[in-house]
Design a protein around this ligand. Structure first.
Ligand code: SF4
Ligand code: ZN
Length: 310
């Protein structure tokens, strides 16, 4: 998306005639760095405002993995919150204990938080679950992302409780959300498909917000690139086992050939949610008999998982 060299026929910005650095295929617009930054920030602010993701007095725990999305999230939130006197940010990094991957991303997260000037805390699987992910996954590597996802969510909630956060912000982007929609369809998981994906409170009394949900992975990477904060980091070694990896490559191929595919997929999900969501799948929240966390059954997901891991 970001153009590299400037040949003689470099396209110019559709807004100001400066050399363009980004070509937006869907809207057929070229943008210079100033107008691209402005557009990304305005769209981010609009998402936050229209869904009222942030309220006066909020203390927001930002899930900072050190990767592109969470870095952009922290940067955009810190810029947006300059005008809010009574809203604060704190970055939380979950250390799952994934050898050869997490060490470097934790260092990246520490540097990002310091550069942006936000307090940073690390919460580890080892401390919370008495083992790291590598050890917990022995012989179950193909289920890595499912197990990791459940435990990461719990770790984030615990981290957020510790710092008395009122909300948890995660860096899910448009690509992630579109992938989740398709994965839920492929799994036949209708309740998950119709759940509100912007503000999620299930399993936790601290609401989760996804302010990047309307920006694509490419736009986020380009934003960091033009802001001089783009970093190349190692990929989690368990990614190859995930259904998400296949869905991701299929969707990005479709998006490339048919720009707007992911947005249309999200629009379809919203329509299905409108017709089928709400009371149809709402179940009253109970308390897990083991740990007391809110859940819909007798045991919460984490306690069920820990039982099965032995
Ligand atoms: Fe966890 Fe899977 Fe993400 Fe790796 S790719 S951090 S295992 S969810
Ligand atoms: Zn429990």
């Amino acid at each position: 998306m970001v153009t590299k060299k400037k040949p003689a026929n470099t396209p110019v910005c559709s807004s100001c005639n400066e050399p363009a650095v980004v070509c937006q295929r869907q809207s057929h617009r070229n943008l210079c760095s100033t107008h691209f930054i402005r557009e990304v920030e305005e769209r981010f602010f609009l998402t936050v405002e229209k869904s009222r993701l942030i309220r006066s007095g909020d203390r927001i725990a930002v899930a900072l993995s050190g990767g592109k999305d969470s870095t952009a999230l922290l940067l955009l939130l810190s810029r947006h919150l300059q005008k809010w006197q009574d809203v604060s940010l704190i970055a939380i990094t979950v250390d799952e204990g994934i050898k050869g991957y997490r060490e470097e991303t934790i260092r990246a997260a520490e540097r990002v938080a310091e550069k942006i000037g936000v307090k940073h805390q690390i919460i580890s699987f080892q401390d919370l679950f008495s083992d790291n992910l590598d050890a917990l996954l022995k012989g179950r590597e193909t289920q890595a992302c499912t197990i990791c996802g459940i435990l990461r969510k719990k770790a984030l909630i615990e981290g957020a409780k510790k710092v008395r956060a009122t909300k948890i912000a995660t860096g899910h982007n448009l690509d992630d959300e579109a992938q989740s929609v398709l994965m839920n369809v492929l799994r036949g998981d209708l309740p998950r498909l119709v759940r509100d994906s912007t503000v999620e409170t299930s399993g936790c009394f601290i609401p989760r917000i996804k302010p990047l949900a309307e920006l694509s992975e490419k736009e986020i990477a380009s934003y960091l690139y033009v802001r001089g904060m783009f970093l190349t980091l190692p990929e989690c070694p368990y990614t190859k086992f995930a259904l998400r990896a296949e869905v991701r490559s299929m969707l990005s191929g479709l998006e490339h050939r048919n720009p707007g595919t992911m947005l249309r997929l999200m629009e379809s999900q919203k329509k299905i949610e409108k017709y089928l969501g709400g009371t149809m799948f709402s179940r009253s929240l109970r308390r897990c008999r083991q740990c007391g966390d809110p859940c819909s059954g007798d045991l919460c997901q984490v306690c069920r998982l820990r039982q099965s891991l032995g």
